[in-house]
Structure formats: C-alpha cells, structure tokens
Design a protein around this ligand. Sequence first.
Ligand code: SF4
Length: 710
Amino acid sequence: MTDLERKLQGKIPGPDTGIEVRRTMCDICSPGMHCGINAYLKDGKVIKIEGLDGHPVNDGKLCTKGLANRQYIYREDRILTPLKRVGRRGEGRFEPITWEEAYGEIARQLNRCKELYGPESVAFYSGYSKWYRQMLRRLAYAFGSPNYGCESSACYTAAFMAWKLSAGDQGGPDMEHSDLFLGWAFNPFHSSYMAARKAMKLKEKGLKFLIVDTRRTPASEKLADLFLQPRTGTDGALALAIAHELLRRGWIDLPYIQRYVYGFEEYAAYAAQFNESNIEAITGVPYEQVVAAAELIHANPRMSCNESSAPLCHHRNGLQNYRAVLSLLAITGNFDRTGGQLLTPHSYMHVSCGFPTREEEFLYETRPTGVKPPVGAPRFPLWDHLEGEMQAMDLSRQILEGTPYPLRAVFALGMNARMFPDSGRMFRALEELDFFLDTDLFLTDTARYADIVLPACSSFERGEFKPYPGGVAWYTSPVIQPLGQSKSDVDIIAELARYMDLPDEPLKAGYEAFVQHYILDDYGVTTEQLKQAELPIPIAPVHQHRDLEALEHGLATPTGKYELKSAIIEAHPQWGLDALPTYREPLDGADPEAYPFVLTSGSRIPNAIHSRLHAVPANRSLRPHPTADLNRADCARLGVEEGDRITISTPRGRLTVQVHPTLTVPEGLVNLFHGYSEADANSLLDADHLDPYSGFPAYRSTRCAVTKEN
Ligand code: SF4
C-alpha cells in the first residue's frame, strides 16, 4: 500500500488526499443540544464525521444518534424532487413535479380553502426538525390563519406551562452549587448524554441525588442516593406527601414563604391530605421512603431539580403533577437562590442562552386579530391562554367533526401522524382533508397521505443560526450541496410567501434577514461574522444571577410572587380547573378486570429519537424489533421468556411485540418502546385521554391487557 493509499484509507485530510474538513452541527435531537461536527469531505461527499473539539456543547464528542448523521443524510430513500400524489392517500404513488408546479398547486389549494371556508380552515403544522418554526408561524399568520402548531403540543410545553403558572417563566437548576438534585423522571443517560456526564462529575464532587421514577433507569442505578419508585402518574400525590412531611416537621423556609410565595396556607392544607394513611395505597411508595426523602432534603438545603420532564407531563394529570413537584422548591426557599432553581428566560427556540432577543416580536407581531380561536382553544383554555397557538391534540377531532369550524387543509413540515394518541384517527383525518402538504427528507408513513410532498434538505446541506448558553452564537454554512432538488425548510417557506405575495415583507425577506434584524442587530454582530467563525463566538453579555433579585423585582405572575395557587386559574373559574396543584387519578376508564396492566410508552432509547434513525441500519440493529419491558414476575405468570411474543390490547386495538423480562419496571406495568410503524404504540391509546390543563396525551398511563401469543 502506498503512502497516499494509507492516508486515503485513514481519511487523512490534505491536498494530496483531496479530503477537507468543514464544520457544521447535528440537529437530530433537540435545539437544546445541536452539537458541533467536523465533516470530512471528498469529491463533495461526506465520508466521515466526528465531534468538533472546542464546541461549547459537545467539545469533540457525539452520541450514538449524532454518529448516525452520515447514514441518515445519505439514506437511499431521500426525496429528491417535489412530488404529486397520483394514487390513493397512503398508497405511496407519486410523480415528480417541478418546484414551480408545486408552488402553483399549493397556492391554488390554500387559496381555495380560504375562499370557501376562511383562512382558519388551513392549519400550519411543524413536526421535526424545529429550526424553521418562527418562519412557519409567520407564514400561518401572513395567510390569515391562527392555526400554527407543532409537536410541542405533546412535548415540553406542559412543563413550561407549569413554570409559567408558578414563576412566570422557566427556572433552570444551578446544579454546580446545589447540595441535592431532585431528578424527577430524569434519565439523561438516554436523552442527553452531556447532561449525564455533568451529573456524574457533580456526583463525584459530592452532589447528592434524589431520583424519582416509575422505572429503574441508569439514573436510578448510577446517581441515586435515594430512589423512589411511584406508580405511573402518581407523582403529584408523592410530591404533596413529601411536602406535607417537610411542613409537619417545620423543615421549610417560612420567612421566604411569607415574603415571596402566594397561596401557601391553602396549599399546606391541601398537601396534608397526602400522608401516612394513604400515600402507599395511592403511589405504591412506603411512607418511610417519603420520610427519608424529606430528611434528605432537610439535610441538603440547597436543592435544584430538572427543569423539564416529558414523562411527568404525559398523563392526564401531568401538568398538575409537575406543579406539585416544583412546589417543593418554593417551600424550601430554593427558587431564585444560588444552588436552587434560577430564572432562565429563553433566548431563542426555547433555549436559554443568558441574553434576551426580539424573537417573540418576530413570532407574534403579525398574529391575526378578530379571527376564530385556534384549534383546541375551547377544550384547553389554559393552553390557549398561555400558548396562544393550536393545541394539535385536537386537530384530528376538528378535521373529522368540523366543529367549531371546518379545518380543511394542513400545510406541514416533518409531520408524523404516529405521534398522536390513537394515531389511526389522525390518519383517517388526513384522508378527509381537501388538501394536505408535507415536507420531509423521506417519504414517511405520513407523507404518503399528502397531495404534494416537498423535499427538505438536512442540516449538512444548509446554513442555520444557532446561539448557545453562555452568550455565544454561530451561523453554519452548508458543507455539501443539497441532495437532488431538496431545499432548506426556511427557503421553502419564504419562496412560497413570495409566490403567494403574502402581506409580510420580513417573512418574504427570508430567514437570514430575520436573524440579522430581529436577533443580531441588537448586538452589533452580522451573520457574516458568525459564518466566518471557526466556533461559536461571544455575541452578548450574559445576565449574572443575584440571589432573590427576581423575587424582589416581582415575577411575571399576576401576584409577582411564586404561586403555589395560580392566580391565573383562580381568575378563570369558568375553565373548571384547580388553582392549587391538586392530584387526581391518572388512569383511563377502561374496565380494570379486562385490562389489568398499565401501558407506558415514550421512553427514550440511546440509539434513536422517537422514530428518527429507526431506518438507519446501524442504529436499528441495536434494537431491531418492537419490544416491551415486562416485570419478571409478570412474565413468569404469563409463561413467557426473553424474545417470546406478547399481545398488548386496549379498547382501541392490539399489537404483538417481543417481550423483555426485566426488573426495571414494577409488576403490572408494560413499557412499550415507540416509533415502530409495524407496532405503533400510539395506535393503542385513546385520542381523548388528555390532560385538561395542557391538552397533553397520556402516553404513560393507559389500562391494557397482556397475553402470551401462541
Ligand atoms: S443527537 Fe446527539 S450528537 Fe446530535 S445534537 Fe443530539 S446529543 Fe448532540
């Protein structure tokens, strides 16, 4: 082998090998990460990737998902041209058309719906990815529709709502200065590897961990000084019982409460209902463990907790449960204090970077007024009050029933109908539409129902603005040409706005102009400077925390205080919601004798995020078959062993998967992994088993039956 051949085999960059390295980022998972990547290129193709040294998030590392980027962007089934449906909806028969033809058809169909039914009859929906959402919202508003919405109707927002009700804005953990971290449904080992590394390092330095989770996870095994395992969806009752024990023993910060907390007396009286007499029956947690948790909190006064947790909110009582957990911070004086939870307002795309931007101005300045309320507003008035956008969990119902007004077209980017509870109902709704457009990299199960499918490109094929915590930011440049005729999502949106001549000049000016004028101008930085930078560079001074400053100034709640009792809910008795973080049973109304197990789904796995990456062979090989975790005692009773097949059924349907006997789930619980088309966990759920506070689906608390498949 020659020296050059050796270098080529080793993918060594240089003029002789023709291999060069360009920098970009991974957008497989959440905007809270977006790790930096070195992309090795030869002949215009990515031949290798690695983590980018010095990047503020990942500093040279990539997770299992991020390492799949190359296989993901070069999947053989990438859509390379706009497509027009020629078969039945769902059949998957399409023919290529030009971009001009696609825009013409989209404009014709959307305008037809507007003329026949009004602009609100068109919904604008975003699934994955998320980076273009500001532009999509403006597109909806420029068209005249209030119906912008996204997959955050089932992800994160309920936690954010709990924060807004309690403190007016989100609080993040000051973990580095905490004595104790309350990790409630916290498993970063599968959802955020950098957070897991941080937690492990802090544990080595002496940080204590109180981990609460329905399942045993790597966090309970590697981090917990004390682990509590409540029944699924009973978290609120457990949090109230811990609060009661703290109150009973006087282990609270009374001066702090008297000065900064609203609703304490009623909250304390309510929490007293969750005590030694009933807590084990409700949650399955022995009262001694509640006492142990209170003792651990008392012995470690500076306490913080995870600021967001989907598992806590994926119950019909989820938002209230989350408020009950957050209340523990308030009664121990740990909000707005070093080592506790600090206000972390969002800078951009729901990420807190330490500096303000005018993103919200761009989002809301063109919101149409005097139009009909967005989808879901009558059913979920608190959601509507706090979020002011479509609650997409009500979308399929409104399409099928046509009430309170017809919904006849959906303009979607990256939509996944399988993420909706009773996913079959969403597919039926898509069949009923006058017009459905989806934009994606691949012809997904959902895109097969579209009339027009537009080809989007990946993060390697486009540029994107990205700020990070610490006041730094970056603007990536494409490292390869878009595959085929695929385009960046934001270019599609801006081009369509121009094609339809919608009345919104900033939208028509495009994404980069938005970033420049609404974000960077305020800091005297240009997109060009960010593009030239090797790594994210400082653009803004970071707000420095001062203890109790926010509370002294007054929080963005109606009372200006931390609210254990929500003054917003109190002021709207017509909503029929409770101002205190009350607890109610999580399970649906199915017959417990016919359906003696409880189904939970939605747990993260390290090698994929939801269904994303399931079609990448290397990642799929790590968990190739749809599988459910079942407690070993339940397996013994059913007579099943590893790899045997079990049938899980609910009143909505049944599916058969492999079983994995385990001790990570308690008896009576089935943990079904989601994201598999051939065994769609959400097809078993009730589309109306939703949290009335947030509209969130109960992915994690549905009665079911389990039988051995013969
Ligand atoms: S998928 Fe992994 S590598 Fe990619 S952004 Fe998320 S954490 Fe980083």
